[in-house]
Ligand binder design. Structure first.
Ligand code: SF4
Length: 272
């Protein structure tokens, strides 16, 4: 079991307690899927650009950014990947689509990173929240010289302002910034929505969604961390809801444990 808490752990637990248990306690970890790999390659390009920009105050060229992202994507795709059934039917097309949409996202990054002047990049923070046993750990993509905290998202679903307002990741970043710098920053999702349709092909839609949290608006985060950490301590691992209109995370395409999950697959019990 990890000796710290993180927002990804909390999100995993809230999505499915059984999936959390298998991942963090039984150590049954799935290889990354293609969407995660694409997101990591995008983050690598943003990280390298922002790291050098701290000193140079200039962005590197879009061609260099594309080369960094593309090399990172290829190297990750050459390791173990978790493909969906549909992706497995044409892996080279899946890889090609991932590359095409990544390159288009990098084009957008080069436009929307111009007003970002980083002072911290991929910085790791640890804070101890009173009443919670384990420290909360987070790696923040970028903190800027005009007091913004930026989290990059490469996503296939649109993030709304409502999603942004209630998102506990941004609340955590706001709290971490307040603890380390003495005041609440403006927190931002830089969202790169990737679409691929028969009519328009690959499209990237950039959106900057922001929220300025304060002491009151982060209380949902503290309440969530408290109930999740107490439930984990007590060994409570509820399975995800299943069926019609239920979260899509509990499906063969989204959960690697699906084929063996005891909450999905029946077996004879009590000799009946
Ligand atoms: S198959 Fe469903 S219930 Fe089982 S671990 Fe996966 S998400 Fe949870």
């Amino acid at each position: 079991m990890p000796n710290h808490l993180s927002i990804s752990q909390i999100d995993k637990y809230l999505g499915c307690g059984e999936s959390y248990r298998l991942h963090y306690i039984e150590n049954k970890k799935s290889p990354p899927n293609v969407a995660m790999i694409k997101g990591s390659a995008f983050h690598k390009a943003a990280e390298i650009n922002n790291t050098q920009k701290k000193k140079s105050k200039k962005d590197i060229s879009v061609e260099q950014l594309k080369e960094i992202a593309s090399n990172d994507l290829n190297s990750r795709l050459s390791c173990e990947v978790w493909y969906t059934k549909k992706q497995k039917m044409n892996i080279s097309k899946t890889k090609g689509d991932a590359k095409d949409s990544l390159i288009m996202a990098i084009d957008q990054l080069s436009i929307h990173t111009k007003d970002v002047m980083p002072i911290e990049v991929e910085a790791e923070f640890d804070i101890q929240i009173p009443g919670i046993k384990k420290p909360l750990k987070a790696v923040i993509d970028c903190i800027t010289d005009d007091n913004r905290v930026i989290d990059y998202k490469v996503t296939s679903t649109k993030i709304s302002q409502f999603d942004t307002n209630i998102n506990i990741q941004l609340m955590a970043y706001a709290l971490i910034h307040r603890v380390n710098y003495g005041f609440f920053p403006k927190t931002e999702f830089h969202s790169y929505l990737t679409k691929n349709t028969k009519t328009y092909g690959h499209q990237i839609i950039f959106d900057n969604l922001s929220i300025h949290h304060n002491e009151d608006t982060i209380s949902p985060l503290l309440n969530t961390i408290k109930v999740v950490s107490e439930s984990i301590e007590k060994g409570i691992f509820m399975p995800a809801a299943k069926g019609i209109n239920k979260p899509f995370s509990c499906s063969p395409n989204h959960c690697m444990h699906y084929q063996n999950c005891k909450y999905i697959n029946g077996k004879p019990m009590f000799g009946l």
